[in-house]
Structures are given as C-alpha cells and as structure tokens.
Design a protein around this ligand. Structure first.
Ligand code: UDP
Length: 326
C-alpha cells in the first residue's frame, strides 16, 4: 500500500489518521473543503481542496491520485444541527458518499474505510452494545450514517467494493506530542469544554443532567483515544487489502465513564477544577453507552493502548495548552 486518500483529513479524527498513516510509511493525501477542518492540521501529505458534494471534484481527486484505499471522515457531526438542517446532513453525509462511491466505481478503487458511529444504534437495548443489536437511530445524524452503512453493505455484497464500517464511540484526546487535537467550532464535546472551563479561559461548563439512572446520576460514555482509533483504521485497511469484503465493527474500550468521573480526572491531571452549572438533560442523550469490544479484538486484533481516561485527558490538555498559549 502506497497511498491513501483521506476524505475529511483536515478534521479531528482524519488528521490523526493521517499522522498514523504517515508513521507507517504510507502517503496520506487529504481531500477536504476546509469547511470545518483546518489547513494547519494537514502536515503529512498533500492537501487537495475539494467538496464531496460536487461529483467532479471527488472523481478528479481519485483519478489524479489513484489511491490504494480511501478513508472517509468528512461529515456534519453536530447532532442538534442535524435536527435543524436535515437536508444539509443528508446532502453531505449521504449524498457525498454516493459521489465518492460513484467515483470509486469509475476509477476502479476498491477499498474504503467509513467513519460510522454508535449513534446508528439509537437508544440501545442493552450495554455493552454488540454489533448484533438492531440499528434504530434516533437522530438525523445517526440516520444519515446508517443509510451509508446500508449502501456500502449492498455494494460490498454485489462485489463492487470492500468496505470497513467503523462505529466509533466517543473519540477523545489528542496526538501525544500536542501537534494536533480537537478543534471544533462551536465546540460541543465534553472534554474540550470541561478543559476550557478549568483553564479559566472560557465560560462555566454546562453539565447536562444529574438525574440519570447511573452510579452518580450523570451520563456514561465510552471514550476512546483518537490515536487508538487511527490505529484501528490502519488495521481495517490491511484487512480489506487482504481481500476481506466487509467489516462492521464497534470501536470503543468497553469501559463506561460518567461525566463527573471525567471532571475528576481533569482535576487530577491538570490540578485545575472545571467549573460547571447543572442544567437540564440534553434532548436525545442516552443514559449510558458503551461498546462491546470482542468483535474488533477478534477481527482486527484491536486493543486500545492509550484510552485510559487520565491518558486521554493528559494528551488533550497538552494540545489545548499549546493552542491556548497557557
Ligand atoms: N456533556 C455535558 N456538557 C457539555 C458537553 C457534553 O455535560 O458541554 C455531556 C453529554 O450530555 C454526554 C457526555 O457529556 O453525556 C458526552 O457528550 P459529548 O457531546 O462529548 O459526546 P456525545 O456522547 O454526545 O457524542
């Protein structure tokens, strides 16, 4: 494998994937419209500016670079925005992938790794969530991702492509040398918001609900280090390249962590206290989500190495201190 086209490679998870790809001696080419990604996060290969909503642009990049595989990260991800602007989400998250798949078909590129999400399960029947649980997404975001999964499975069954569908739980942390990290605008995710409130730079954080049926009343999530996710993408590409036509797997740690436990880890690691106000529950939040990890371990040999919470927080903190100049 010589070259991978990373669609959405200027974004959070995509840029960390590029770093891992380059560390393996493979060339990452980033295709990104920079609508939410950052030029400064493209450090390990060429940046091709283009938009997956425009068929000619993605097809042109596939023809020009002739990658051995594609990793597809580009998507609208903010759940609340999806409820307000569903057409934007369907056009980008699903329509964009149709353009990509058409381009792959025209150029004969077979291997694609797709960023999916635990949001495809909706409110789970049981945790940890296994891949056998039914997919009943409860958000526009989750439905746009599930639609792509179904499309890719159809194409794989027909022998058109080999695809890896990776259902991430909560991506978190940053590259351990602090060069890239999480930079959403607006930032809605817990860890960067909590770090900001601890740093004294930002407003107090909102804690969305303390009356959930969990051990301390706050939501349980499964946080996985972004560099562990990046490694899983490389394992998936290897598996596709060896001829496996279809991979569908969760990527998580299997360990559930509450919001208050995250805040305590921040205090432990940074020595600073996140300041927060208790607010109402955020609509659509499940009480507890965590991944069954057996399938990823068996299929990809995937075992997270850096996903204990204090390591995640320490890496995120290193990146944010550098970014904020503190
Ligand atoms: N959360 C919070 N305050 C925030 C952001 C998130 O209390 O400013 C909570 C949220 O309700 C959820 C958890 O933190 O229980 C993780 O939320 P995040 O948005 O990071 O990821 P999600 O699980 O929604 O994908």
């Amino acid at each position: 494998m010589e070259r991978i086209l990373v669609v959405g490679g200027a974004g959070y998870i995509g840029s960390h994937a590029c770093k891992a790809i380059a560390a393996r001696g493979i060339e990452p080419i980033v295709f990104d419209n920079l609508s939410t990604g950052h030029k400064h996060a493209v450090k390990w290969g060429e940046l091709a500016i283009g938009d997956i909503r425009v068929p000619q642009e993605i097809e042109g990049a596939l023809e020009r670079y002739k990658p051995d595989a594609i990793m597809h990260f580009a998507a609208c991800i903010e759940v609340g925005e999806g409820e307000r602007y569903p057409l934007k989400f369907w056009t980008n998250n699903t329509g964009g992938v149709i353009n990509l798949l058409n381009g792959m078909s025209k150029t004969g590129i077979k291997n694609v790794v797709f960023s999916s999400t635990c949001a495809v399960y909706g409110q789970p029947d049981a945790i940890p969530i296994t891949e056998r649980q039914a997919c009943n997404p409860v958000s526009v975001y989750g439905r746009t991702k599930r639609a792509v999964e179904e499309m890719m499975i159809d194409l794989s069954n027909a022998g058109g492509i080999r695809c890896a569908i990776l259902r991430y739980f909560n991506a978190a942390g940053a590259s351990s040398d602090g060069d890239i990290g999480e930079e959403h605008d607006p930032e809605t995710h817990l860890i960067p918001n909590a770090l900001k409130s601890a740093s004294g730079l930002g407003a107090r954080m909102k804690l969305f609900g303390t009356d959930y049926p969990t051990r301390d009343g706050t939501n349980i999530r499964d946080y996985i280090h972004v560099m562990d996710l990046a490694d899983a993408h490389l394992a998936a590409v290897d598996k596709l390249a060896s001829g496996d036509p279809l991979i569908v797997t969760n990527l998580g740690t299997g360990t559930g962590v509450t919001v208050l436990e995250i805040l305590r880890s921040i205090e432990r690691v940074t020595g600073l206290k996140p300041l927060y106000d208790v607010c109402d529950r955020r609509p659509g939040d499940a009480a507890a989500l965590s991944a069954s990890t057996a399938h990823a371990a068996e299929l990809l040999g995937f075992r997270p190495k850096r996903s204990d919470i204090d390591t995640i927080i320490a890496d995120a903190w290193r990146f944010h201190r550098r970014k904020w100049g503190i």
